[in-house]
Design a protein around this ligand. Structure first.
Ligand code: AMP
Length: 284
């Protein structure tokens, strides 16, 4: 696909975004992010750049998807470095709206995806997916992308967005990119920066737990409960980890599976110190 001819445009208000977007013909690809960019985000941008005529990135720490006890205020923000990472990748358009631009004071319209948001992250983070679905719908309406890129790292988010796109007929193709990992297997996350060195060492246990369950699966184990138990045994060996859930779920509906299954989303959430981490493997 065509590579960007001009400089990267960075805008913060909606009118300028729409105007800049309107000058970009062809297939437009959008990568929604909350900034503090790392290789995981950049892999999405590279895929978009390879597949689309023009590429947009949004950088917005969306208050609506954080619970009152969560880390909104502490969430890492580093716009200058984000721009330095995006520019050489050939990004055309970056939107960095303020919370007031996205949510006017009298804002009162929310997107509530139902069943698929109920378990797992939805259960532990009430309101999280209402915030996610609403911001993604707003980003789709602002950028009018033909394609949008999301990470498998946030597997339930992918399921929620796919459901919303189908239910509300958004003319957007959803592309899901593999989870980018550190050398020891830890899934890259903006929150990893907050792990101290002992916690960082312990965090690799999530990957080891998923890997143990996957090995069993590859040896022929298909029982959802057996795979959950295999992952949990590994997590339980690491005293610094507080497990929030170990799930073997249907990757589309997020319903917990029982008995023999072929297609399984193995998903974990755990706290290490104050930092909450999630990870998953999609089997096979
Ligand atoms: P975030 O900034 O955390 O909201 O993430 C923005 C997008 O990047 C989401 O679609 C995430 O799933 C994706 N993402 C985050 N971490 C990774 C990773 N380690 N590998 C692949 N995609 C990721």
């Amino acid at each position: 696909m065509r590579h960007r001819a001009g400089p990267m445009r960075v805008v913060d208000d909606l009118a300028r975004l729409r105007q800049a977007r309107s000058w970009m013909p062809g297939v437009f690809g959008l990568v929604p992010t909350m900034g503090a960019l790392h290789e995981g985000h950049l892999s999405l941008v590279r895929k978009a750049r390879a597949e689309c005529d023009a590429v947009g990135v949004s950088i917005f720490v969306n208050p609506a998807q954080f619970g009152p006890q969560e880390d909104l205020a502490r969430y890492p923000r580093n716009l200058k470095q984000d721009f330095e990472l995006l520019e050489p990748l050939g990004v055309d358009l970056v939107w960095t709206p303020s919370p007031e631009t996205v949510y006017e004071p009298d804002f009162q319209t929310w997107i509530q995806v139902e069943g698929v948001t109920a378990p797992l992250e939805g259960e532990l983070r009430p309101g999280h997916f209402r915030g996610v679905a609403t911001i993604v719908a707003k980003l789709f309406n602002a950028f009018l992308p033909a394609k949008a890129y999301f990470g498998q790292k946030d597997a339930q988010q992918v399921a929620v967005i796919r459901r919303m796109v189908r239910d509300l007929n958004f003319p957007v193709e959803i592309s899901v990119c593999p989870t980018v990992r550190e050398a020891d297997g830890l899934a890259m996350s903006s929150r990893n920066a907050y792990l101290n060195s002992r916690e960082r060492g312990a965090a690799a246990v999530l990957f080891r737990a998923l890997s143990a369950a996957r090995s069993l699966y590859l040896e022929g184990e298909r029982d959802a409960g057996g795979l959950r138990a295999a992952a949990r045994r590994v997590l339980d060996e690491e005293p610094m980890v507080q497990v929030e859930y170990v799930s073997a779920a249907d990757p589309d509906t997020m319903r917990e599976l029982e008995g023999p299954q072929d297609r399984i989303l193995l998903a974990l959430a755990a706290k290490i110190g104050k930092i909450r981490l999630i990870d998953n493997f999609l089997l096979p």
